[in-house]
Ligand binder design. Structure first.
Ligand SMILES: Cc1cc2nc3c(=O)[nH]c(=O)nc-3n(C[C@H](O)[C@H](O)[C@H](O)COP(=O)(O)OP(=O)(O)OC[C@H]3O[C@@H](n4cnc5c(N)ncnc54)[C@H](O)[C@@H]3O)c2cc1C
Length: 438
């Protein structure tokens, strides 16, 4: 029986392990931390204000959203029996708010696709009618362009070439860029952004819908992944960090961890972030010797427990604000600031003031004295920044070991730093193992 050791228990490692276990490969997954999930996990938080006294509830390290175009992720969730842990919108529907409190809907109607999307843009009142026509013109153009032709310029440069006004950029493009790439138009590769736009808007009606976890992230996929692996004869070990790979004649023969060493395997998949990868493997041993200079982008999350919840929608987008999204979980709300470089190093009491003051400006129904308790979470290396330089270099990534494959959202998937990128990377690594058995 073929055996595969998988290092890293985030979306990439778990999906690689599950896809392989499904094909009859005996997998053993090693995860350094005591929990599975990597950058997408939940933990038990002892909420102090619950009327029953102290009560724990599972909260996420940061709100994660999926989209209908996350085909590999949705297939992975189906494989592990977790497809009912997410909620699909029927059609794209986002309520955007301006700081005057005015609401602007971006809704794809029930009409046939893609006319429904075009009508959605035509009715998007956050910009003038003339600006809406200019967006539609660019959308139509998008159908015919090749993303790779734009790999040498930034999104900012591309939007300038396409004569998108400041109003359109602020009220539409900036929100999509920060939401999908967790960075700014000045830094992101236009090629990557165009690719994502085409995936979301031009691969079917369901691709543009927002898909939200119905349960905490660990319940959404970590628990199901672990039991799927174990049911299929595999093993998951947490709290075991891999320190070194012993390589002879281009083959990994031993994996050394802080506690043990393993040599009973045919293949190894390294599914760790790049900063860990560099520590485990000697870059100069690789066919592709160049070190990747990865810039990371932070995400700031604030969970707020309120005295009465005034919010009606499942989520809102805030136009031109220091905070970008509000997600409504009923018992509490989650405020997300993507690409949060400017505020990530502030203290919690300073951050909560900024967040509350933004919410008061955007939602006349919100008063800061309704906040009974808050929890601020900072993920400084939430995602990598898909700069022009990085994306060009990543396209050339190649690894030359005979029995080792690389996964992780940073690897060469063509996608940004997302769940879908991570799951696709796991799938590619699993397929490489399978094609090397034959
Ligand atoms: C706050 C936040 C919000 C986000 N929101 C979204 C979103 O809405 N939508 C979206 O698509 N994406 C989102 N992302 C990005 C998404 O979470 C990541 O792209 C994805 O989870 C990366 O998965 P991965 O498996 O590649 O890496 P990771 O999740 O980082 O997993 C790597 C694993 O390897 C382990 N590891 C590292 N070194 C070793 C070692 N030496 N030995 C053993 N194990 C090791 C780590 O402990 C970790 O568990 C968000 C990220 C953050 C932080």
């Amino acid at each position: 029986m073929t055996k595969c050791l998988i290092v890293g228990g985030g979306f990439a490692g778990l999906s690689a392990a599950c896809f392989l276990a499904d094909k009859g490969i005996k997998v053993h997954l090693l995860e350094a931390s005591p929990k599975l999930g990597g950058r997408a996990y939940s933990f038990s938080y002892k909420n102090q204000i619950d009327s029953d006294g102290f009560k724990s509830e599972n909260v996420d390290n940061g709100q994660h959203i999926l989209m209908g175009c996350y085909k590999n992720t949705l297939e992975f969730l189906r494989l592990i029996g977790a497809e009912n842990n997410v909620l699909f919108q029927e059609n794209l529907k986002i309520k955007f708010i301006k700081n005057s409190g005015t609401e602007h809907n971006l809704n794809a109607s029930k009409l046939f696709y893609p006319v429904n999307l075009l009508l959605g843009i035509l009715n998007y009142t956050a910009v003038s009618f003339k600006e809406r026509l200019s967006i539609i013109k660019l959308f139509v153009k998008l159908i015919f362009i090749n993303p790779d032709d734009y790999n040498n310029i930034t999104v900012d440069q591309w939007l300038n070439i396409e004569k998108q006004s400041d109003g359109i950029i602020k009220s539409l493009w900036d929100i999509i860029i920060v939401g999908t790439l967790n960075t700014t138009a000045q830094k992101a590769s236009a090629g990557m952004f165009i690719k994502i736009l085409k995936e979301i808007f031009f691969t079917g009606n369901k691709s543009s819908v927002v898909v939200l976890p119905k349960v905490s992230l660990s319940e959404m996929y970590c628990e199901n992944s672990k039991s799927f692996i174990e049911r299929n004869g595999g093993k998951v070990t947490t709290s075991e960090k891999v320190n070194e790979l012993v390589i002879e004649n281009g083959k990994v023969i031993k994996v050394r961890t802080a506690k043990d060493s393993y040599s009973d395997f045919d293949f190894v998949i390294l599914a760790v972030p790049y900063h860990s990868f560099e520590k485990i493997i000697n870059i100069s041993d690789l066919e592709f010797k160049q070190k990747l200079e990865i810039e990371y982008s932070p995400i700031l999350t604030a969970h707020l427990w309120l005295d009465g919840n005034p919010f009606k929608e499942k989520f809102y987008g805030l136009i031109d604000s220091k905070v970008h999204w509000l997600f409504n979980h009923g018992k509490y709300v989650t405020i997300v600031t993507s690409a949060a470089d400017e505020i990530i190093n502030l203290k919690d009491d300073e951050l909560i003031k900024i967040i509350c003051s933004e919410l008061e400006k955007y939602f006349p129904i919100f008063y800061q004295n309704v906040v009974k308790e808050y929890l601020i979470l900072k993920e400084k290396r939430a995602t990598f920044v898909p700069t022009v330089e990085l994306i060009k270099l990543r396209n050339k990534l190649k690894f030359s070991y005979k029995n080792i494959f690389v996964a992780g959202d940073w690897s060469n998937t063509g996608l940004p730093s997302t769940i879908e990128g991570a799951v696709l990377s796991g799938r590619i690594a699993a397929d490489s193992v399978i094609s090397n058995i034959r």
